[in-house]
Design a protein around this ligand. Structure first.
Ligand SMILES: *Cc1c(COP(=O)(O)O)cnc(C)c1O
Length: 480
């Protein structure tokens, strides 16, 4: 495809500016030539060429509005358009962040109510909506853990993290200068209780646990895990990225979690992953409330205002009050589904994942063969052993079938991992077609392995050097 610079022709324009009816001023005389550049080669194209160029570019992208997107752990569910309509209301989009609180009461009410909804849904005492993404929420949570123990006068330097955890968990721990220790998984795919017991000392500040974990498995011993951590005075931190598996069915607060971060863009259906910004609210139990970021939204005499008078706070973690428009979308999602709808969504997410798991089980290795939650994790080990076809080949082949590949090579404890998260928004027909494609690929891997190893063949480019593309992307056009 030609670049916009390559279709440029001198003098061609997309806009027709009327002749000036005010005196012409030479701007160079006013501000000097320092700020004026004549060396910027802007493309010159007609409106139709401009429209076609960007429309064609957009068609090379892939999103949930185009097709099935079973990217495990990312919860790529459909984003209802009503969320966008609500977030686009001028009262939300045109409010200046520096406006006085008196003129922003409606918007503050929405933030306040959202904090309350999340507190009820997740069983926490209070939420902050400041963090801009899940990883940012984790960092906020770990900062609060640090402050909590400082305040208690306890020196605890360790954070325990299971070997199935998302990479952002150890990163958040390390950024707050904790030593991260790896906790083993049991043969069942949950926390190895004996290993936890042996690691859990009074030097451990917290266990960061994802439940259900990244294998899509619910922690069967969660109450015991919480007890072991709490008995040594530690805190239980919940990575809530997988909350789509339990909305309305259980509450982290009731399971013993002290802090939990959410990913509104995953669980509460706002576009993400190149499609939009995120939001990573953090909920805390009563014991942690004082450490929440400031400013905190306070309601007195039916009026909302921001307060900074919380002396134990970790301070601010983001400018202004979070990604407000993402919060509006998630709020709309909660209001339009209601309590019963959220629960139904969770149930369907779990049902869909188990349906895919059962259908594909005869064709791909399933290392943890038990009822899963919202996602299932296969291994491509059999295909490697029998025909030298790797998980990456299977993923590339799926592109030729018109699907976004699942998450691959994660979690790290599953060799050749294929992590499929169908989400609740997909119909049985979509799941059946996807499973047929996966089964056809397993068959082709046996009968014609080269056909899988050479995929994709239907895309504008075949296989990229992914490391080079990620580390040294060539995105600068140089004038020939
Ligand atoms: C997505 C995810 C994160 C990180 O969330 P971001 O919003 O992408 O920063 C953390 N943990 C798990 C388990 C996740 O799936």
């Amino acid at each position: 495809m030609e670049l916009i610079f390559e279709i440029s022709r001198p003098g061609r324009v997309a806009a027709d500016i009327p002749a000036s009816d005010v005196p012409v001023v030479n701007i160079e005389d006013k501000i000097g030539s320092k700020y004026l550049r004549s060396d910027i080669d802007l493309p010159e194209v007609a409106e139709i060429d401009l429209v076609r160029h960007y429309t064609n570019l957009s068609r090379r992208n892939f999103g949930v509005d185009l097709g099935f997107y079973p990217l495990g752990s990312c919860t790529m569910k459909y984003n209802p358009k009503i969320n966008e309509n609500a977030a686009a209301l001028p009262g939300f989009t045109e409010l200046h962040p520096y406006v006085d609180t008196e003129s922003a009461q409606g918007n503050l009410q929405l933030i306040y109510e959202m904090q309350k909804y999340l507190s009820v849904i997740f069983g926490m005492a209070e939420f902050t909506l400041q963090p801009a993404a899940g990883a940012h929420g984790e960092l906020t949570g770990v900062m609060m853990i640090k402050k909590y123990f400082e305040k208690k006068g306890q020196k605890r330097r360790i954070i325990l993290i299971p070997d199935t955890a998302h990479g952002t968990n150890p990163a958040s721990g390390a950024l707050c200068r904790f030593d991260v220790m790896e906790l083993h998984s049991s043969s069942e795919g949950g926390v190895d209780i004996e290993h936890l017991r042996s690691l859990m000392t009074e030097e451990v500040a917290a266990l960061m646990l994802t439940n259900p974990n990244t294998l899509g498995l619910f922690e069967r011993n969660i109450e015991e895990v919480a007890k072991i951590v709490h008995e040594k005075g530690g805190l239980l931190y919940g990575d809530g990225a997988n909350a789509n598996a339990f909305l309305g069915r259980t509450r982290p607060g009731n399971l013993g979690f002290d802090i939990i971060q959410l990913n509104l863009h995953k669980t509460f259906s706002t576009p993400h992953g190149g499609g939009g910004p995120g939001s990573g609210p953090v909920g805390v139990s009563k014991a942690i409330v004082d450490f929440l970021p400031i400013p905190r939204l306070v309601r007195t005499d039916d009026k909302y205002h921001w307060s900074e008078k919380f002396h134990d706070s970790i301070g601010r973690v983001r400018s202004f009050y979070g990604n407000f428009n993402v919060i509006v979308k998630a709020y709309t999602y909660i209001r339009s589904l209601g309590a019963g709808g959220l629960k139904h969504a969770t149930d369907m997410a779990v049902l869909n994942a188990n349906y895919v798991k059962e259908k594909l089980k005869p064709y791909y290795d399933l290392p943890y063969d038990r009822i899963c939650m919202h996602e299932c994790v296969f291994s491509g080990k059999r295909q490697v052993a029998e025909n030298g076809v790797h998980t990456t080949d299977i993923a590339k082949k799926l592109i030729d079938f018109g699907y976004h590949p699942p998450t691959i090579y994660f979690p790290l404890i599953v060799p050749e991992a294929i992590m499929i998260e169908p989400t609740e928004t997909e119909s049985k027909e979509t799941l059946d077609k996807f499973c047929e494609a996966m089964i056809a690929i397993a068959k082709e891997a046996r009968e014609n392995p080269e056909g899988v190893k050479n995929a994709p063949i239907k895309t504008p480019v075949n296989r990229l050097d992914e490391v080079l593309a990620a580390r040294k992307p060539d995105v600068c056009w140089k004038k020939p």
